[in-house]
Ligand binder design. Structure first.
Ligand SMILES: Cc1ncc(COP(=O)(O)O)c(C=O)c1O
Length: 397
């Protein structure tokens, strides 16, 4: 049968990361590939108790809910955002099926075919997937270790007249990078000057390793008019609840809510009610601190073993939070080609190339440190180092 598709299917590619995850069911595989939180830290008892409490609410807890989300949960989100210095109100909170849906609803609401979206390069793959599926053209802005380069941002805005700027300024995926305050301020100021919306994606901001450092969300520097901000409970509670949210200018939030009606009426309301109970009865801040401590420990271990391996040509910046370490190898190494060898030896990672919008650096890769136990990190880095060494020797022959 020859099926007939919309033209836009030409723009949709399966995520390289998800494709890799599929082959990882193999037993004993050490995976630094997926962006998975540690399941050992999931607050299973608290989630169970929260669902029990939800069901105690009787049959009305099983009814359809509001598109905008469960109001008591939205109230709690407003206070969580106040702690991040973002001022908002319940009316400006739209609960979504993860941050992923917030990106999708935003793109649906704002992007026409051929519109330009500016991003970092490399950037979050699944955001690119969304923008491409709405036929946007993605143009990268130059960035360095401090974040987006303001001069290049302004130049690209003048040249391309973009619809929006998509950014992950705090512990980005895949770079694990954190923008400086001055870069955050400059990006906002430039966006304001040209009337371009910033879409700030912040799933990892809470997972910081240095409590004395503050990473102000760009939304917290704004007057509520220029930044759409999304975050999620996926990394601080559990991803299975599929609950995130977006806040920003009320007009856009209202428009996105209408598209959400069309997409799914509302996000799973059992999850939302359970989250409300969990956030009321459970010490989330304490739990987040446990996650930070454990992830920091795991990142430091990965850093230590990588340093000990002392691979020629390798470089990286130990991340200050989040879940990813971005590794650059000697330019002679192609990490996409090397992946099969690494997987054969029992370790998986994600090659860097798919995260790039243009000009992929083939010698880069993303390592996730949150999901593997300390023992697996030790063993996995030992194996990977050997694979890298062999590749280097092969390249020198
Ligand atoms: C940068 C970024 N944005 C959004 C998401 C989606 O998260 P959620 O589970 O809330 O849909 C992820 C997940 O890994 C991510 O890394």
């Amino acid at each position: 049968v020859s099926y007939s598709y919309a033209k836009r299917v030409q723009n949709i590619k399966s995520s390289a990361v998800r494709d890799i995850l599929k082959v990882l069911d193999r037993q004993n595989m050490i995976s630094f590939a997926g962006g998975l939180p540690s399941d050992e830290l999931f607050p299973l008892d608290a989630v169970e108790a929260a669902f029990e409490k939800t069901f105690k609410g009787g049959k009305k807890s099983l009814q359809y809910g509001l598109t905008e989300g469960f109001t008591p949960l939205r109230e709690i989100i407003v206070s969580l955002l106040a702690a991040r210095k973002i001022e908002t109100s319940v009316e400006r909170i739209l609960v979504t099926t993860g941050s992923q849906q917030a990106i999708d609803l935003f793109a649906r609401t704002t992007v026409d075919p051929g519109d330009i979206v500016l991003t970092e390069n490399p950037t979050y793959l699944a955001a690119n997937q969304v923008f491409s599926s709405y036929e946007a053209k993605i143009i990268p802005v130059l960035s360095d270790d401090e974040g987006m380069d303001p001069e290049d941002l302004e130049k690209k805005i003048q040249e391309y007249k973009p619809k929006c700027i998509y950014v992950v300024p705090t512990f980005s995926n895949p770079l694990g990078r954190v923008w400086s305050l001055s870069r955050r301020k400059s990006a906002l100021q430039i966006a304001k000057k040209y009337g371009v919306i910033i879409f700030e994606d912040d799933p990892y901001g809470e997972l910081k390793f240095h409590l004395d450092e503050e990473y102000r969300p760009i939304a917290s520097l704004d007057d509520g008019k220029n930044v759409l901000y999304t975050s999620t409970f996926s990394k601080t509670v559990v991803p299975a609840l599929r609950t995130g949210w977006v806040t920003g200018p009320s007009e856009i939030i209202h428009m996105m809510a209408q598209f959400k009606q069309a997409a799914d009426l509302h996000s799973n309301s059992l999850s939302q009610q359970a989250l409300y109970h969990l956030l009321t009865d459970f010490d989330l801040n304490n739990h987040i601190q446990e996650i930070r401590d454990e992830y920091k420990k795991r990142m430091l271990l990965m850093d230590e073993y990588l340093r000990k391996a002392n691979i020629e040509g390798m470089s990286y910046i130990p991340p200050k939070g989040g879940m990813f370490l971005w590794l650059k190898l000697d330019p002679s190494i192609n990490t996409t080609e090397l992946l099969t060898k690494a997987v054969d030896q029992g370790v998986a990672y994600v090659p860097g190339a798919p995260f790039y919008v243009t000009d992929p650096e083939q010698n880069t890769l993303r390592l996730n440190f949150s999901h593997s136990s300390p023992e697996k990190i030790k063993e996995g880095i030992r194996i990977l180092s050997r694979v890298f060494e062999e590749a280097l020797q092969g390249a020198q022959k």
